[in-house]
Write a protein that binds this ligand. Structure first.
Ligand code: SF4
Ligand code: MG
Length: 322
């Protein structure tokens, strides 16, 4: 399968009053055409910063180095004007809390028509037709009522569907979904995930799904990557990742899945997530790793292909820079 997006050695630093936080520490990953790629890891490991880097939505205190190749071109070299054309059109995003992405003061109709008119250059009437079509495609039945509602008049699940409809209305090649179901209850979560999967099949876009919910990954992702303290430490297809986990951190992370077969391995991680202002040298996981060896404190392990399509960044499996 061909790549849609390739991130090469991405470093992001945030200058803060306490020092420079080295938030992404050489992230590399590929998102293939028409796949759902899950990015997992604890809060603060850099999942959202990775997503925001793809959209080039960074705070002004950010320094960004590396390459983000989207459709053959480096996003980091684009002008702000070129980025505006890509954002919300070729790359759409759906966030966790739909209330923060919808304007509470305007009816859904006005917000959708506005987005579609801006991105597609259609007339208001055509945009409204478009809006109706996409609202139907996300499984909303009473389209007229939805269009004439204010965001607070809809349930959380409906609002998320509206946002997905808005995200799709520009026919994106990449949909970034950052914790899209975290704010919803379990039944609605399942419906929204099912919907993303269904829409991906019919429209043929790729999805970068950011989540800390491993169940979500197991359910709909084709491949997934595990992040720890600003690094991608393991990438494989979902089944392989869950069945043949090899990185010590991924093993600890994935062992918390409430699966009776795995319960006997349940062992809490020692220590805590490191400071990104003064991160550990070498492998950032080394202070917490039971398998640590000499090289781990000195040399950052590179992400290497350990077995076919299964990538890992750990000195136990090679990974030292040549
Ligand atoms: Fe543990 Fe070393 Fe592998 Fe890091 S590189 S996960 S410290 S064994
Ligand atoms: Mg996040």
């Amino acid at each position: 399968m061909k790549e849609l997006l390739t991130i090469n050695d991405l470093y992001v630093n945030f200058r803060t009053m306490w020092g420079t936080a080295k938030v992404l520490n050489g992230v590399s990953l590929k998102i293939r055409k028409e796949e759902i790629f899950g990015l997992i890891g604890e809060t603060g490991c850099g999942k959202s910063v990775t997503a925001m880097s793809i959209l080039r939505l960074q705070p002004s205190n950010a320094e960004v180095y590396g390459e983000i190749i989207f459709k053959g071109e480096n996003i980091l070299e684009k002008s702000e004007e070129e980025m505006r054309k890509i954002r919300g059109k070729d790359i759409s995003v759906v966030f966790q809390d739909p209330m923060t992405s919808l304007n509470p003061l305007f009816k859904i109709k006005d917000q959708m028509v506005d987005v579609i008119t801006t991105h597609e250059g259609l007339s208001k009437e055509e945009s409204l037709r478009h809006a109706k079509k996409y609202l139907k495609s996300v499984g909303l039945a009473d389209v007229e009522r939805i269009l004439n509602s204010y965001p607070h008049e809809l349930s959380g699940g409906m609002r998320q569907r509206v946002l997905i409809a808005m995200a799709l209305s520009s026919n994106p090649s990449l949909l970034i979904a950052d914790e899209p179901t975290t704010a919803l209850d379990v039944t609605i979560q399942k419906q929204i995930l099912g919907l993303i999967l269904e829409l991906k099949e019919s429209y043929g876009f790729s999805v970068l799904l950011i989540t800390h919910d491993l169940g979500v990954v197991a359910e709909i992702c084709d491949r997934a990557g595990v992040m720890y303290a600003g690094n991608v430490v393991e990438v494989a297809n979902t089944e392989e990742l869950f069945e043949n986990t090899i990185h010590p951190y991924s093993k600890a992370l994935l062992s918390v899945v409430p699966d009776p077969r795995r319960r006997k391995h349940l062992k809490p991680l020692k220590g805590s997530v490191p400071s990104l202002i003064n991160p550990p040298d070498g492998c950032r996981f080394h202070p917490r790793c039971d398998c640590m060896k000499d090289a781990c404190t000195k040399q950052k392990p590179e992400l290497i292909e350990y077995s076919k399509d299964h990538f890992v960044a750990c000195h136990l499996y090679g990974g030292a820079k040549q």
